[in-house]
Write a protein that binds this ligand. Sequence first.
Ligand code: GDP
Ligand code: MN
Length: 363
Amino acid sequence: MKLLEYEAKEIFKDFGIPIPRGVVITSPEELNDPALAGQFADEVAIKSQVDVGGRGKAGGIVLTRKEEAVEAATMLFQKEIKGLLPKVLLIEEKLPIQHEYFVSITIDRSSQSPTILFAGTGGVDIETTATTNPDALRRVKFSPLLSDVPGYAMRYLLGDAPKALGPVINSLYRVFCEKDALLAEINPLVVTPRGVYAADAKLIVDDNALHRQGIAVNRDLTPREREAEENGFSYVELDGTIGVIGNGAGLTMSTLDLIDYYDGKAANFLDVGGGAGHDRVMKAVRLIAGKPGVNVIVVNLLGGITRCDEVAHGIIEAGIDQDVIVRLAGTNEAEGRALLQTHGYEMLDTMEAVVRRAVEVGA
Ligand code: GDP
Ligand code: MN
């Protein structure tokens, strides 16, 4: 997962990397707050927080006087950068940049070691530099067992560049390791009369490490999608009228295909996974039923480790308003059937039958 610039900068700051003073705003009016404006001198950099590279070139960065900041922010909130609108803007003090450098840390797969790339000419054109002047780019690899960038590697990277960049690069390497990053990059890393700063920040965290890093997998989830994720359900929202619960991707997908075949439209579907007990089934049914527009629910489950009587208990406990049409086959099928019948639920024998019934009731 790629973090936004301001999120990456917060992390960089925690690791001692100097970043420009800044605040995040969600609307231009926030800039009218005197306490906020008072944090900045005359000029500010306003930066669109969108998940794309090359923002500067695409017009996503405005350097302006404080008096014109509201106007610039209003414009940036409405400006699509490569098709994306920002939810927030980052307001920063404008840095008096004297020189821009580039530093990027990744893993070199073939040697299974961390690799640092450094260039004495950073900024928006680093890709061009890499192709037209590859000598300007220096690269080192070193043992992943080292917790700091070894001295020889740092000396080679920096060459004639200011020594003050060394500690920043080393801190960036610590971020890279501790945040399970695939990429940690500063472009530009700038020198100003007041010292060295990370003017931009890029951090991509390995998706496999998001859980231990405490980072939400997808921040644009609907409340139901979030609940599903917290419960370990595979859940997808569509725009029809029939809710679908299955176990296993194959059975769930076949159920969806059959709904389509009988001219129905699924509203959402959920795979409860293997061995679901009554409590999980209850949560699944309530989650599916909670989406506005769900008229009827199809439950199509195969009892293997999952027991049909547990499933029946879960459906009954959920106690939802919509009709639930059930097909259960396998372990404890008879017990499940008896339970559902006593509580007035419709249980049919085949997949075709439940789907056709659901389309009749819910279309
Ligand atoms: P990117 O285009 O998405 O990589 O955005 P950056 O944050 O790297 O900004 C692009 C360019 O804008 C930088 O290389 C700088 O030249 C310039 N820039 C960004 N922030 C400042 C600043 O505070 N002061 C000055 N003078 N230039 C800035
Ligand atoms: Mn940049």
